[in-house]
Design a protein around this ligand. Structure first.
Ligand code: UDX
Length: 435
């Protein structure tokens, strides 16, 4: 099949490369000429493990193309995917759909013959109806179907999530579109991936409901961690103890400094706005948004407390800046709350992240970015782990101990064992576990 992918952000680029790898002919379109230029040179706009190799191979085998010219891509496409950004609108938290609607206007002009227009961007319920109306108004003669096909990929594991998904959700009432979507996802059918066909509005809601539910799960275990700290229990064991119950499941029960990233903060907020607009508030998600924001703010206090209540003039070696491992994404990263608060309290920060320092430097100044973990802790009064990168999981702790001025380690991702750290003579603080 011939596919046009509008937008070469995370979702667009990964989906485009993976559809090409399934054997379809995919043209990715972006208005940003320098981005397309770099893609032609196989320079990725984001850090995602395995993506450059996948793009390189599919470009070489002439199944994947990049262009700024939407016309060329759309005119003979069977499916046109809208994978543009839907950021939070400033002020009210609603998803900003201006890019989606602009794409619909452009697509309307260019489609030729039966075409599926598929929204992969995360869009509020009813957006498909709007897209359909925009296209119908401009091209009353056109033969098309608007389909919702939300993406559930996680940054850092995006290719695997695309190729081995838990499920594929397709929202449309057009039988013809269903057939084409089956064709597009045929390799997954062969792997027996469940493909769920629903009405378009249901599919749009599934995406928000999934992300909100996961945010609830994380926030629940984060509150349990607080309780564990108060009563002397161990949150990792609580997670395991409840997670072994098949009805609960063991995933997304790692307590930490609060969720961040490009999806959960934006999508939970957008869901609560939609729900309030329809006078059916989802109070549990309202609370989760509030609790998570407060948690990220409270984490600097935890570090300050572990350092004796005063960090003025003290140096802190920070390991990890990205909102999670295996990404350079800094959107809503807990580090953006924690580090400025520590600087405000008088601390001197030396920070290292394997991929996110360039992004972080655009958002935070007043700290020293260094070359590796050991340099960050050299002569520091404490080591603070903010992101669970694999390379921080097996540090040479003897070397760390020698380099640090004190023995204080604050681990906001629970990647070390309290017993082991105590044995090694560290003053170790983690999340929801007795030290
Ligand atoms: C998420 C969804 O998982 C994905 O399906 C959707 O398409 C986009 O949003 P992503 O934002 O890439 O993906 O990251 P994810 O791995 O889900 O983590 C989100 C946040 O939750 C991170 O800040 C992470 O550190 C935090 N988290 C996750 C926890 O604190 N504990 C957990 O157990 C899991």
């Amino acid at each position: 099949m011939r596919v046009a992918m509008i937008g070469t952000g995370y979702v667009g680029l990964v989906s485009g490369a993976c559809f090409a790898d399934f054997g379809h002919v995919v043209t990715c379109v972006d208005k940003d000429a320098s981005k397309i230029d770099r893609l032609h040179k196989n320079i990725m706009p984001i850090y995602e493990p395995g993506l450059d190799a996948l793009v390189e191979q599919n470009v070489r085998e002439e199944r994947l193309f990049f262009t700024t010219d939407a016309k060329e891509a759309i005119a003979d496409a069977d499916a046109v995917f809208i994978a543009v950004g839907t950021p939070s609108r400033r002020g009210d938290g609603h998803a900003d759909l201006s890019y989606v609607y602009a794409a619909a206007e452009e697509i309307a002009e260019l489609i030729d013959g039966f075409t599926m227009i598929v929204t992969k961007s995360t869009v509020p319920v009813g957006t498909g109806d709007e897209v359909e109306e925009i296209i119908r108004k401009k091209r009353p003669d056109a033969d098309f179907a608007v389909v919702s096909n939300p993406e559930f990929l996680r940054e850092g594991a995006a290719i695997k999530d695309f190729k081995i998904p838990d499920r594929v959700v397709v929202g449309t009432d057009s039988e013809r579109a269903r057939e084409l979507m089956r064709e597009l996802y045929r390799p997954l059918f062969l792997n027996e991936t469940p493909i769920l066909f629903t009405a378009r509005r249901t599919s749009e809601l599934i995406k928000y409901a999934a992300n909100a539910f996961l945010a609830v799960k994380i926030t629940f275990i984060n509150e349990m961690a607080e309780l564990c700290e108060a009563v002397g229990a161990n949150v990792q064991e609580v997670s395991r103890g409840i997670g072994l119950d098949g009805r609960i499941g063991n995933k997304f029960l790692n307590a930490g400094p609060g969720y961040g990233g490009s999806c959960f903060p934006k999508d939970t907020l957008a869901l609560t706005k939609t729900a309030n607009d329809h006078n059916t508030p989802v109070r549990i998600v309202d609370t989760v948004v509030e609790v998570n924001a407060a948690r990220k703010k409270a984490m600097a206090g935890k570090v300050i407390k572990a350092m004796g209540g005063d960090v003025s003039g003290k140096t802190i070696g920070v390991l990890g800046l990205a909102f999670k491992q295996n990404t350079d994404d800094m959107r809503d990263a807990p580090s953006l709350d924690i580090i400025p608060a520590l600087i405000e309290a008088g601390a001197i920060i030396k920070a290292f992240d394997p991929e996110a320092m360039e992004e972080a430097a655009k958002l935070m100044d007043g700290l020293n970015y260094v070359e590796n973990a050991y340099e960050a802790v050299d002569g520091a009064d404490a080591m603070v782990i903010l992101t669970e990168w694999d390379q921080f999981r097996a540090l040479d702790l003897d070397r760390i101990k020698e380099s640090l001025k004190s023995d204080i380690v604050v681990d906001l991702r629970n990647i070390y064992s309290p017993e082991d750290m105590a044995k090694r003579g560290f003053e170790y603080t983690s999340i929801g576990r007795p030290s």
